[in-house]
Write a protein that binds this ligand. Structure first.
Ligand code: PZK
Length: 287
């Protein structure tokens, strides 16, 4: 990293640095969270897998919408990106009923103002994907909001544009993933506005940290599917009887290795690219 980069933000898993007025560095660590707690043990190469996957999706969706990616650095975990004015909403698309979508449906029959058919089961595929925006919580959980509330935050015209764009991106990525045996149950996208006023896709895209990945061959409506990437971690944590509050447990070597293998498998399955080729030259995912 350039010595001039100034730290401007921290997420649970990633760090953000300013290179200059127009450019940022997004650095993905190997940290992992489960049940909303970051664990003390890292998963080697997890940050590289997620950075490479995002780069892959950015390159393949740029005809749908421009994105913030400028370059992937040689370390494989750093994305140079355009600095945008980020929209104050999380742009969630759901193709399946899970997480807060399932909770909201169970209590109200609707998700973010989308009235859904009666009798849907947990994890069931929706008749069609829905755009379910949320506020960006600075602490705690994002809050689902309806289209009127989201339009009030970004403007009606911009709302229509992000909804349409997010649905198109989800359709593209979920079809690509399903052809390779991975269900992309839902995803969280973040958009910004460039100096010309154009909508630009930012953040990370269609990674296991921003989306629910489920193995298609184990999918069954009516039960919570195993997580493609984190199931070993969850099973181990459940076996300890940990109360899911900070601090989380250290992970044993076999859980680390199994989880690392799942991340790399997701990378290879989705990109068709050998992970060692990515480590040699991260730009391979941009081809
Ligand atoms: C931006 N975040 C989230 C917080 C992280 C990431 N292209 C951009 N331009 C301006 N701002 C952002 C982006 C992007 N992406 C992203 N906050 C601001 C975030 C903390 C750590 F790694």
């Amino acid at each position: 990293m350039s010595d001039a980069a100034v730290h401007v933000g921290s997420g649970k898993i990633r760090e953000l640095y300013a290179l200059d007025d127009d450019r940022l560095l997004l650095v993905a660590s190997d940290r992992i969270s489960t049940f909303d707690v970051v664990l003390p043990t890292e998963i080697p190469d997890k940050g590289r897998v997620l950075t490479g996957l995002s780069g892959f999706w950015f390159a393949r969706t740029e005809k749908l919408v421009p994105n913030h990616l400028l370059a992937l650095r040689e370390d494989g975990r750093t994305t140079e990106c355009r600095r945008l004015e980020m929209l104050p909403i999380e742009c969630v698309v759901r193709g399946y009923l899970s997480g807060s979508g399932w909770k909201d449906y169970r209590s109200t029959g609707s998700v973010c103002g989308h009235r859904l058919p009666a009798g849907l089961l947990e994890s069931q595929r929706l008749p069609e994907p829905i755009f379910t925006p949320a506020t960006k919580a600075t602490t705690g959980h994002d809050e689902n909001i309806d289209r009127e509330a989201a339009a009030a935050l970004v403007g009606a015209e911009r709302f229509a544009e992000v909804e349409q764009t997010a649905l198109e991106l989800y359709a593209f990525a979920s079809e690509h993933a399903l052809e390779r045996g991975i269900i992309l149950a839902d995803t969280k996208l973040e958009f910004g506005i460039d100096p010309d006023g154009a909508l630009v896709l930012g953040d990370e895209a269609f990674t296991p940290d921003s989306s629910r990945f489920w193995p298609a061959d184990e999918y069954q409506a009516g039960q919570a599917p195993p997580s493609y990437d984190k199931q070993f971690v969850r099973d181990y944590c459940e076996s300890l009887g940990w109360d899911k509050t900070y601090p989380g447990p250290e992970l044993p070597a076999e859980v680390v290795e199994g989880t690392r293998a799942r991340y790399i498998e997701a990378f290879t399955t989705l990109t068709g690219i050998d992970f060692d080729a990515y480590l040699d030259d991260p730009a391979v995912v941009l081809g």
